[in-house]
Write a protein that binds this ligand. Sequence first.
Ligand code: AMP
Ligand code: ZN
Length: 470
Amino acid sequence: MKLYNTLTRKKEEFIPMEEGKVKMYVCGPTVYNFIHIGNARPYVVFDTVRRYFEYKGYDVTYVQNFTDVDDKIIKKANEENTTMDVISNRYIEEAFKDADGLNVKRATFHPRVTQEIENIIKMISELIEKDYAYEDNGTVYFDTKAFNEYGKLSKKNLDELIAGASERVQQDDAKKNSTDFVLWKPQKPGEPKWSSPWGDGRPGWHIECSVMAKKYLGETIDIHAGGEDLIFPHHENEIAQSECCNGKTFARYWLHNGFITVDNEKMSKSAGNFFTVRDIAAHFPYEVIRFFILNGHYRMPINFSDELMKSCQNGLERIKNCKNSLIYYIENAKTVDMTSDEQKQLEEIDKFRVQFETAMDDDFNTADAITAVYELVRFINKSITDEVSKTFAEKELEMFNKLTAVLGLLEKEEEKEEDPDTAIIEELIAKRAEAKKNKDFATADAIRDELSSMGITIKDTRQGVQWFRG
Ligand code: AMP
Ligand code: ZN
């Protein structure tokens, strides 16, 4: 199994630290608003990575944090005349609702910064003791010059960074180097605070992930992931903090998803060009959003558009119809045992599994994995005729479910929910059957057309009339 490691800029064979186990950490959202579809990308992509590891038999410990203390959360709380906790609790709950809609499994741990302050203070203290950090007037900075590997992830040269920063931004006189970043900042009036050896204040952004990864996964982890905007400075700074504190490699593989763009610009809350998952879910089922995200390779940019969503909706419908047909045939099959021809066809089905795994083994190429699913769908659609045996259809469904479950698709209960028009549709089908019985073919055809205008396709089989959307 190969994955692209941002640290080496190469596809590498995945070898876990401990056989059969994967320890992974994914940076989560700052909770001051609903998540947008750009934030949903790392959710869905790394959930799929996790599912694939589990499919391969690995035991995965998955950590995703919530950043619940931040300037933007405080600003929002002030606007609403409430507390930071009220805002972050609200948007954590909303983020879970979206994650559930997108069929993203709960992480093993979902730590929150405000509950980890003690360990944050401990790590900052250790960094000061080891001369990697210094304090000035209640602010603690990380000394980037003290870590000679600074820049190894983003491939940036520290001296060039320092020179660039001094041209662009106003210097903070307390900093030894313009690239030094804040580990602890003093309280401003009216802001939430915790007491620390450097006075009342709160942690900077980067330190939280170093602390939480260590607490929940250990000093060295297998995989660290997030969106590519986090490579610099966030992940670079996490490496500096963790490796200087622990004296060990922090993460062995770094995975980064590409952006979701709008008109080819990165979608972001600050730019205001974002669509929340909640808004999109009002127009398209959540599952289509998940499918849309998995349709591209995770490192490539995806430009969000209504047309692309619609085409994904149609694609997913085709896959769903195949599953519904299989279920229908399993329920209504005339024979149970497989014929010898079906026995032979079973081997062919296995080719789609191999095709699927080859794609996923190549840096989680979900786009090619979906092609394998489409080919399986084509094969199934051709093979299920009135003669199909129940056992064979069941074997097909088993393979179908196995592969779509890795993608987190079509496994939710709500998929089995009745179509709201079921009663009307079935009444029309019954009327059509009656018309046909009376050889009133004009009426029968008119009913078929009426159903078609409702988006319903019907199929006459020996077992009865099957109907589906699309
Ligand atoms: P934030 O709440 O901005 O810290 O982002 C949470 C996660 O979403 C991080 O892993 C980001 O890298 C990721 N992210 C934010 N915007 C986008 C985007 N437009 N496309 C893909 N990933 C994004
Ligand atoms: Zn992080």
